[in-house]
Design a protein around this ligand. Structure first.
Ligand code: VGL
Ligand code: ZN
Length: 209
C-alpha cells in the first residue's frame, strides 16, 4: 500500500464480539481478515471505545430508559446502549486474536462522561476533535482504509468524518460487521456512498498491492 495510506481499525474489542456486552453478530469474523490486511500498511491505527463508568450513552445512566432506545441529548439524538467498553475492564480490551503489535497508536474515544464518540475523528457533537485528523496530517496520510465494528455506527461515522477532513476513504466491507438497528446498516451504506466513501473487499484490496 502507498506510504500516504493508513489502515484504521475501528473498535475490534471484546465487548463488540460474541459474548460481549454489546455483541455485534459475527463480530469476531473480522479478526482474521484484518490480521491478513494489516501487514500491507506502513501505518496502522487502532481505535478503542473507552467509556468511564456511568457514561451518558449507557441506558443505565437514564432512569427508566431501555437499551437501544433513543433520547435527545444537547448534541442531538443518542441511542442508549448497554454498559460496554468501560475503561480498564476486560470487555474494553482488544479482541485477544487481534494482531495489535504493528499499530502506531491507539485513539481512545468516548472518554468524556457527557458525550458519546462514534467517530474516530470527532465526538458526537461533530465538533470536538479526537486528535486523529491532526496526527494523520502530521504523518502525511491522505487516504485511510477502514475496517472493524460496527459498520453502521463507529465505522460509518469515522468514514464520513474522514471525508469531511479531506481524506480519501476506502471501506473493506468483509472486514466489518453491523449492529443493524432499525435499518441502520442500509442508511449507513447510503450515507457513506453519498459522502464519497469507496467500498472494496479484502481480496480486491490485497490484490491491489
Ligand atoms: C459503537 C455503539 C456504542 C461502535 C460504540 O463501535 O460501533 N457502537 N459504542
Ligand atoms: Zn460506545
Amino acid at each position: 500500500m502507498r506510504d500516504d495510506t493508513a489502515f484504521v481499525i475501528v473498535d475490534v474489542q471484546t465487548d463488540f464480539c460474541p459474548g460481549g456486552a454489546l455483541a455485534v453478530a459475527d463480530g469476531d469474523a473480522v479478526v482474521p481478515v484484518i490480521n491478513r490486511l494489516a501487514p500491507l500498511f506502513r501505518t496502522v491505527i487502532l481505535t478503542q471505545d473507552w467509556h468511564p463508568a456511568g457514561h451518558a450513552s449507557f441506558a443505565t445512566s437514564h432512569a427508566g430508559a431501555a437499551p437501544f432506545s433513543t433520547i435527545a441529548m444537547p448534541y442531538g439524538p443518542q441511542v442508549l446502549w448497554p454498559d460496554h467498553c468501560v475503561q480498564g475492564t476486560p470487555g474494553a480490551g482488544f479482541h485477544p486474536g487481534l494482531e495489535t503489535d504493528r499499530a502506531r497508536f491507539v485513539v481512545r474515544k468516548g472518554t468524556d462522561p457527557a458525550i458519546d464518540s462514534y467517530s474516530a475523528f470527532f465526538e458526537n457533537d461533530h465538533t470536538t476533535p479526537t486528535g486523529l485528523a491532526g496526527a494523520l496530517s502530521d504523518l502525511g496520510i491522505r487516504h485511510v482504509v477502514m475496517a472493524g465494528l460496527a459498520t453502521d455506527f463507529c465505522v460509518r461515522w469515522s468514514a464520513v468524518d474522514g471525508r469531511r477532513v479531506g481524506l480519501a476513504v476506502t471501506l473493506v466491507e468483509d472486514a466489518c460487521r453491523a449492529i443493524d438497528l432499525d435499518g441502520s446498516l442500509d442508511a449507513a451504506l447510503r450515507e457513506m456512498h453519498a459522502a464519497g466513501v469507496t467500498l472494496t473487499d479484502s481480496t480486491a484490496l490485497a490484490a491491489s498491492g
